[in-house]
Design a protein around this ligand. Structure first.
Ligand code: ADE
Length: 221
């Protein structure tokens, strides 16, 4: 998979991809990530990429022209399966969406900033809008990290043990059961006896029950 991220703040993103599973995915060549600074596509000598909203109102709006130029440059080199805009005004990312996006070859991610982007970008250039939650952040960069992490770990061969992504919470709309590791007792807080019993059948049953309990609890909270 190739991911091109268009942003005003590449430095906010780059470090996040240099750790743990994403770094491994990059090293294994399962994913390539490129950053494109929107300011490089400004025709303005001050590298301006935003302007006041028509009709008045507070905040600045990202202009269409630099975004158009950047997307066009990328599109002239290869086909993209999806051009994604991260915004709180969209369907909220879930596991199903992450699964679907993890199967794409090439995607572009546009991070918004300031008040938003010119609506014509959304109408004519974007194929998918994604929110990471019903709250507003100052920009799409951190949302891009969340989105990329959720899809990259699903690319076949990225996780050491293929089944570990299939067992993730939400893969079947079910939350994973509690997990424990050594020591079996810490501060007198004990690991449930059954997990130490070696009785795999009973353990599976226990895990199923705990998963169901957690799933019901989260749905009702
Ligand atoms: N940009 C700002 N807030 C966001 C959110 N909640 N999801 C995606 N992009 C965003």
């Amino acid at each position: 998979m190739r991911i091109d991220i268009i942003t005003l703040f590449p430095e906010l993103l780059s470090n996040s991809f240099e750790i743990s599973i994403i770094r491994r995915a990059i090293r294994k060549k399962k994913v390539e990530i490129f950053f494109h600074n929107l300011r490089d596509f400004s025709k303005n000598k001050y590298k301006q990429v935003d302007d006041y909203p028509y009709g008045g109102g507070s905040g600045m709006v990202l202009m269409i022209e630099p975004i158009f130029k950047c997307i066009n440059k990328l599109k002239s080199k290869r086909n993209y399966d999806e051009i994604i805009y991260l915004t709180p005004e969209a369907k909220v990312l879930d596991q199903k969406m992450a699964n679907t996006c993890s199967l794409k070859e090439n995607i572009i991610i546009l991070c918004g900033h300031y008040k938003g982007i010119d609506q014509r970008v959304r109408d004519h250039l974007i194929s998918l809008e994604v929110s990471i939650g019903k709250y507003v952040m100052s920009g799409g960069e951190l949302a891009a990290v969340v989105f990329c992490d959720s899809i990259i770990r699903l690319i076949p061969g990225v996780l050491g043990n293929e089944s570990s992504a299939l067992n993730d919470s939400f893969q079947d709309n079910i939350i994973a059961p509690p997990i424990y590791t050594r020591p079996a007792s810490f501060n007198d807080w004990k690991v449930p006896e059954i997990l130490l019993s070696g009785d795999q059948k009973k353990i599976e049953k226990w895990r199923e029950i705990k998963s169901t309990e957690k799933t019901i609890k989260i749905k009702h909270d």
